[in-house]
Ligand binder design. Structure first.
Ligand SMILES: Nc1ncnc2c1ncn2[C@@H]1O[C@H](COP(=O)(O)OP(=O)(O)OP(=O)(O)O)[C@@H](O)[C@H]1O
Ligand SMILES: [Mg+2]
Length: 230
């Protein structure tokens, strides 16, 4: 389990995260919802150590990771698919995947299971990342994160700007990672229907605070759609 407690974060004088308290249980898919600009990405950046944590604690499987550098968090099992994907446009698909294995011992080959999860990446392994569609780039970004063999996969709005058929594929893949491979997923989303379909657990963030949370099956009854409607 990932546990966040009393987490505060500032950009200059603006208080962005306010006493965030959240848990992400093992072997489940947890969705974090919230409108634009409420602090979702900032929270994920704190989880990964991309920005330092001002106060509060982040624990992963009982160990405090809040002051660990990012590469140590990755080697302890966390992986991150950033908002906007950040793939390398001039590297091939295969090279992009191998970058994700940089910290592993034998990074010379992409394991079959990555190509089994995303057959399109196998078809396109020699193409440049920049030549892929938005949806294919998103699949590549997820494949790259999986190269470090994570136990907790963290994704920031993977459906943003992507065509519906690939959104469905991504949803199925995330469920497969959790249900068949025992992975834990933390998914940041604004696309309510996608989130509700996938969520085992959910949290809602508003203005830097967690304002609601519960079982995915109760999202509709608890009015989460209205909470995040713009
Ligand atoms: N590097 C930065 N410097 C200063 N302010 C920032 C920085 N990054 C984000 N912010 C501000 O912090 C707040 C939270 O931003 P954040 O990106 O975490 O929100 P978000 O919930 O991920 O939004 P979105 O749904 O649009 O991705 C916003 O008001 C944003 O303008
Ligand atoms: Mg964001």
């Amino acid at each position: 389990m990932l546990e966040v407690d009393s987490l505060n974060q500032f950009y200059g004088g603006s208080h962005i995260l306010r006493d965030v308290k959240m848990t992400v249980p093992d072997g489940k898919l947890t969705v974090l919802l919230g409108r634009n600009g409420v602090g979702k990405t900032t929270l994920l950046r704190c989880l990964m150590g991309v920005v330092p944590t001002k106060s509060g604690t982040i624990s992963w499987r009982g160990a405090k990771i809040s002051s660990m550098p990012t590469y140590k968090r990755v080697s302890s099992g966390l992986a991150y698919v950033p908002q906007g994907r950040d793939i390398f446009g001039r590297l091939t698909v295969e090279e992009n995947l191998l970058v994700g294995a940089a910290s592993r011992k034998a990074p010379s080959k992409v394991p079959d299971r990555i190509y089994e999860l995303f057959p399109v990446l196998k078809e396109m392994k020699g193409r440049r990342g920049g030549d892929l569609s938005g949806g294919q780039q998103q699949q590549l970004a997820i494949g790259r994160a999986l190269m470090s063999e994570p136990q907790l996969l963290i994704l920031d709005e993977p459906t943003e700007g992507i065509q519906p058929s690939i959104i469905q594929d991504i949803g199925r893949t995330l469920r497969q990672l959790v249900d068949e491979m025992g992975m834990t997923v933390l998914l940041v989303e604004q696309y309510y229907d996608f989130a509700r379909e996938l969520a085992d657990r959910y949290w809602v963030m508003s203005r830097g605070e967690i304002v609601a949370g519960g079982a995915g099956a109760d999202m509709e009854a608890q009015g989460v759609r209205e909470l995040i409607a713009v």
